[in-house]
Design a protein around this ligand. Sequence first.
Ligand code: ADP
Ligand code: MG
Length: 395
Amino acid sequence: MIEVKELTKKYGNHYAIKNLSFNIEKGIVYGFLGPNGAGKSTTMNIMTGYIAASSGTVLIDGHDIVKDAEEAKKCIGYLPEMPPLYQDMTVKEYLDFVVELKKVPKAQRKEQVSYVMEKTHITDMSRRLIKNLSKGYKQRVGLAQAMLGNPDIIILDEPTVGLDPKQIIEIRELIRELKKEHTIILSSHILSEVSEVCDNIMIIAKGRLVASGTSEEILKEFGGNSTIDLLVKADEKTVKDKLSKIKAVEDITIKKSEAGRTECILHIADTKDVSEELFELLCKEKMTIIRLNPMSKSLEDIFLEVTDEKYISKIIEDEEKAEQEKKAQKKTKKNLGQEVLEEVNEKSAEDISKEAAKEAEVTDDASNEIVETVETDKEVLDYKVSEEDEKKEEE
Ligand code: ADP
Ligand code: MG
């Protein structure tokens, strides 16, 4: 449905987003998740044609959002962070205005406006001035205008920000309702919201896509090594000696060791389940278990980890390294090309001068020959002339 390729937006020297690439499939709810300033609104504004990208492309159902804007925009309904609501219009006046703006055929306009008001539960408010509505109702009007024109894709930028808990629940219910008929992309800086409403999560930080997939997929990819929190009756040395024999135990962090008890964290390789092996070993060694608590990372742990300054700095560092390598390679290629070119030039120059010399030699020979022939002819002629003269004299 949507293909985003290497999207970059630069403000001065600052990248608001850099090299974002992803695909949006039909009928799925996507969540852009990221802290403030991550680049969520920038991405959405580019995808909907509100602002231009510095580079990269967005195809909506095959239509380029820049080159084929009208067709592309028909497929999308957008609720921006600051919905452009006309405060002095009534709800109905505003929606009538938008439905006309979206070039919905005249015969369908009335029906569509009634339909979206009903879906967003604002029919009772249709005669109210927008400026007199609560924030929650204003947001519904924003949603209603996004739904006009019956677009396949609905994009919502932080749809619940600034709403009270009851309004948040209502908007979330509305989104679930919309999900039946539309592909939805929403943004939020709140993990629980995204994980509750969305099928697919894209974590964005500092303009980079740092993780994406279903919650399960992200947990699997970034969950990494699990740990076991263990408290046993044994001294530190015994714990270290015995437990390090378990292959999947990569590391042991001793938290506390006193009065014959040791509290530690076992770091387990990948997603191996070592509980059974561990239990059997502890029994065999007569190390009484007081506490054995397997722990794995939560989605929240992962979110905090991948949006952490250190994690992003590493990504940016790697990016810069890759760019420098690319530049260096380009330079080497260019130099190599220059050398080859120079060699070719040198050769041809040499060849040319050789050829010229050869040609000159040929011409020389030829002209020599001509001169010689002419001279011979002249001699013959002279001889003949003198012969004739002699004859004449004799006569
Ligand atoms: P989010 O919506 O995730 O909070 P934004 O997309 O609004 O993030 O912003 C991403 C980054 O781009 C931020 O660092 C922000 O300061 C910067 N930015 C956004 N718009 C502009 C602008 N018009 N001029 C300069 N910088 C901007
Ligand atoms: Mg934003």
